[in-house]
Design a binder for this molecule. Structure first.
Ligand code: HEM
Length: 352
């Protein structure tokens, strides 16, 4: 099976694209001979894979016990660095800056929400969290561009080579105690986070009633962030490799087999989410897989939640609706896609 996949050797289903006219195709696990991997798209199957102790993150060279120990240390170190108390401190610093930027957004005329709001806010946060000189932040974001581009399209060797060439210079600029809050954290916050939030704002702009609902009830913003991560999530797939035999659904997976977990498809599985293709900011019981799940789930999750709430709340509090001014140009690739620009018109009054 190879439905909606243009390139045989690249795991990118066009039905998983956010602007796709058809919804993600969800099916039982099957072995894809072109990808040489099992493909999982049902929510239950993907969650089982995330939680399985017989699967490890797929890497080019076999993972050793030392790799696993280093990863455990990194997770622990990140958890300490992102303690609830620390997140509160950052939130108190960043929120007034974000609110001031929201106040400056024009009403009733086109504005690029990415350039005028999401990117600068995320850059301020990236500088704060990684402890770099804020004056250096814009230069480092530009330097980090190829790293983000390669993550968005991991199958492009040219992008990979460019990313590799800038990495040493980038790494030398970060000195945070926790490894995940150095160059990789900076890339995630200054490049990946604006992409994720651009998808969220695009989804809300396409669903004006949902935006207006948040305007009228801003107490819904926290749960809306979870729903937006589900509905408009970013990463398209993750990889795993079996360290022992296991069964997922009806698939008998052998030690050494590779797996592709289709995150976006799983987040739109009607067996798990009622009316999965609809954005419903009142939906309860998140459970999305956008930030992974199980032992390797994103350790930056609470930071991302804090940042997403801090950026969405002032927008929906100040403005009652947002409308796209025209078609959106997308960038990225099989890793993740998001709008390149987000030209919208914001309005303050509720239109009945
Ligand atoms: C929008 C930005 C981000 C997205 C979409 C994202 C998403 C994810 C996902 C899906 C995973 C699971 C990977 C897997 O299961 O193979 C993951 C893992 C991870 N994330 Fe994030 N992440 C983001 C930002 C961050 C930030 C800012 C940090 C640190 C400050 C971070 C730290 C980590 C770490 C350390 C892991 C590895 C966990 C492990 O393998 O044990 N992430 N992330």
């Amino acid at each position: 099976m190879q439905r909606h996949r243009e390139e045989a050797s690249i795991p990118a289903w066009s039905s998983d694209e956010f602007d796709s006219p058809v919804s993600p195709h969800i099916e039982p696990a099957y072995f894809d001979k072109h990808l040489e991997a099992w493909v999982l798209s049902r929510y239950e199957d993907v969650l089982t894979a995330f939680r399985s102790s017989s699967l490890t993150i797929d890497s080019k060279r076999p993972r050793t016990t030392e790799d696993d120990k280093a990863m455990d240390r990194m997770r622990e170190e990140t958890r300490e660095a992102l303690s609830p108390a620390q997140l509160r401190v950052w939130s108190e610093v960043i929120t007034p800056l974000i609110q001031a930027r929201a106040q400056q957004l024009p009403e009733g005329c086109p504005v690029d929400l990415l350039d005028s709001y999401l990117r600068p806010n995320c850059l301020d946060l990236a500088a704060l969290v990684t402890g770099i000189d804020p004056q250096e932040a814009a230069r480092l974001r530009t330097l980090a561009g190829p790293v983000s581009a390669a993550a968005a399209e991991p199958y492009d060797p040219t992008l990979r080579a460019k990313a590799k060439s800038v990495t040493p210079e980038l790494q030398a600029c970060f000195h945070s105690k926790a490894e995940s809050l150095r160059d990789s954290g900076f890339v995630a916050l200054s490049h990946t986070l604006p992409c994720m939030l651009a998808n969220a704002c695009y989804a809300l702009s396409q669903n004006p009633k949902q935006w207006t609902l948040l305007h009228l009830e801003s107490g819904l913003v926290e749960q809306a962030v979870e729903e937006l991560m589900r509905h408009a999530g970013l990463g398209r797939f993750l990889r795993r490799q079996a360290t022992g035999d296991l069964i997922i659904g009806d698939a008998f997976i052998r030690k050494g087999d590779r797996l592709i977990l289709r995150i976006i498809a799983a987040n739109h599985d009607s067996a798990r989410f009622a009316l999965p293709n609809e954005l419903d900011v009142c939906r309860r019981g998140a459970g999305h897989l956008t930030l992974g799940a199980g032992p390797h789930a994103c350790v930056g999750a609470n930071l991302l939640r804090m940042a997403s709430v801090a950026m969405l709340r002032p927008l929906v509090e100040l403005f009652s609706s947002s409308g796209l001014t025209g078609p959106v140009t997308w960038h990225g690739g099989s890793g993740f896609r998001s709008p390149k620009y987000l030209p919208v018109v914001l309005r303050r009054n509720v239109v009945s």
